[in-house]
Ligand binder design. Structure first.
Ligand code: UN1
Length: 507
């Protein structure tokens, strides 16, 4: 069993540079899902304080936008150095605060380091087009400018990495950042902000308030969403959250980058390499205790291999070690809280009522840790893709269904509201290419012979439909954090008008 977690956490936070007064006397109880113990009581940001923090960020933006982008990249480089130096500590804090196994906690910090490296390179690559003009002695080009204060709302399951995808890009693009972390993960946010402050101090001339932190629940999130000084909000969380946030941003014509629910599926074809499938499916469905937005939740298995694959999956489901995420050998840590466990149980009741055959799903370690919520991942063989299967339950449940033709599998694959990540397992080139083609997966992420989760930051991340349409990290996501101006320059002595318009005034 893990040593005294409140004590370990206090020591970690101190090493990460979080001041003691940020941790006590507040109203936001930071708990560890490992035991359910309270680790700290963090002061919450009042609406008036939120107003002031956004104001300071706005001031910081006015100075930061004048700093040349490669110099802005230097701040992100130094932040990346802090993360490298404190990877193990911050990773462990992630594990303690949200229950990820140690390898995944460290992996989350690695993802932050990766996006910092990416953003540093990008800081010398922010580029626009030059465009041929129809008018003689004219030149057209586009120029990209900083946007303003970028709001970031992040979820508990990737409490720091998803923020960093947004923040690293937003900062090199010349924006200030105001961050509303999940109220279930305030400590990793405080630690990350402390590391950022160290990087800023090392750089020297960084304006105060460039990174603001809003601690608390819905009210402070709303303050960020409603504030006219915030032209962009990137929000990660449930589709319900996106439905609340998106229209409010639209109302004031602010930009939204939404990364919402997923209901990710895999298709296992007759030619698939089943050894690889078992490993890929196990990680994608059980990893992070089923609490990734990219978690594999639905699996379509071809009739010809169904009976060969299912016992192997059931074996993996039965044998995976569920327990203390800090202990070596654990594969599945706790669910974030009792509400998550209750949602999982009610989904399993519904699955059985619909004729599903369920392996796993039971509570574990209730004796050792009565205030924590460990569950054996569940494998539910379903007769059909019911309403339940089409919903995202944020817990380790994999619904398995049979298919006979790829057309039918593709139709059912796409017949859910969400469109984040997807996979096909096949060694048949035609099947793989169909899946990746226009009639294939309708998701933002479509993979071959790997699961839907665990994306690298080099590729754009996000999905379609009820997933919200946003794209973060990778590729050209930086454009989402800048405003584009189209410039036309006349270096001649006449004034030819576009489209051949004549407008001859006498003077
Ligand atoms: C999320 O769950 O919100 O692709 C993000 C992945 C991770 C990110 C998940 N790189 O699974």
């Amino acid at each position: 069993m893990s040593p005294n977690l409140p004590e370990t956490t206090a020591a970690l936070l101190q090493r990460l540079g979080v001041a003691g007064d940020a941790l006590g006397g507040g109203t936001l109880a930071a708990r560890t899902p490992i035991t359910g113990a309270v680790l700290a009581r963090v002061p919450e940001t009042t609406p008036a304080a939120a107003e002031a923090i956004i104001g300071r960020a706005q001031e910081a933006f006015l100075a930061w936008r004048r700093v040349p982008p490669p110099r802005r990249g230097e701040l992100v480089r130094l932040f990346g150095e802090e993360l490298r130096a404190h990877k193990a500590e911050l990773g462990r804090l992630v594990s303690i605060e949200v229950g990820k196994i140690v390898a995944e906690g460290a992996g989350e910090v690695q993802e932050m380091i990766d996006i910092c490296d990416f953003a540093v390179g990008l800081s010398r690559q922010l580029h626009g087009l030059t465009i041929a003009s129809e008018r003689p002695e004219h030149r057209m080009m586009e120029t990209w400018h900083p946007l303003g204060v970028a709001g970031v709302i992040s979820a508990f399951n990737f409490p720091v990495a998803v923020w960093s995808w947004n923040a690293a890009l937003a900062l090199v693009c010349g924006n200030a950042v105001v961050w509303k972390p999940s109220e279930k993960a305030p400590l990793t946010a405080l630690a990350t902000a402390a590391l950022f402050a160290r990087a800023a101090a090392r750089m020297g001339d960084v304006p105060d308030g460039l990174l603001g932190l809003l601690m608390g629940g819905r009210a402070v999130g709303e303050a960020l969403v409603e504030d006219a000084r915030v032209p962009l909000v990137s929000a990660t969380g449930s589709t319900a959250m996106g439905r609340a946030v998106g229209p409010r941003l639209g109302q004031r014509f602010a930009r939204a980058i939404l990364e919402l629910g997923g209901n990710n599926a895999g298709i296992v074809c007759p030619s698939a390499d089943l050894d690889l499938v078992v490993r890929a499916v196990a990680f994608a469905a059980m990893g992070t205790a089923g609490q990734r937005c990219t978690t594999l939740r639905r699996l379509f298995v071809h009739d010809d291999i169904y009976d060969a694959l299912l016992p192997r999956l059931a074996g993996a489901w039965r044998s995976a070690t569920v327990g203390d995420p800090l202990a070596e050998g654990t594969l599945v840590g706790p669910l974030i809280d009792g509400a998550a466990f209750a949602a999982m149980q009610s989904a399993l009741v519904e699955a059985r009522a619909a004729g599903g055959r369920v392996v796993g799903g039971e509570r574990e370690h209730a004796q050792d840790w009565p205030d924590a919520w460990y569950a054996r991942p569940a494998l539910a063989e379903m007769p059909a893709q019911t309403d339940l299967v089409a919903r995202e339950t944020f817990a380790p449940i994999l619904y398995v269904m049979r298919y006979h033709t790829l057309d039918d599998a593709l139709r059912r694959h796409n017949a859910v509201p969400q469109g984040l990540a997807s996979s096909i397992f096949t060694t048949d080139l035609r099947e793989a290419e169909r899946f990746l083609g226009p009639e294939g997966s309708d998701c933002g992420i479509a993979n071959v012979n790997i699961g839907p989760s665990g994306a690298e930051i080099g590729g754009a991340f996000g999905g379609e439909k009820a997933t919200g349409g946003g794209r973060e990290s990778g590729a050209d996501a930086w454009r989402g954090y800048m405003r584009r101006a189209t410039n036309t320059i006349n270096y001649g002595r006449t004034l030819p008008l576009a489209q051949g318009v004549r407008f001859d005034v006498g003077d």
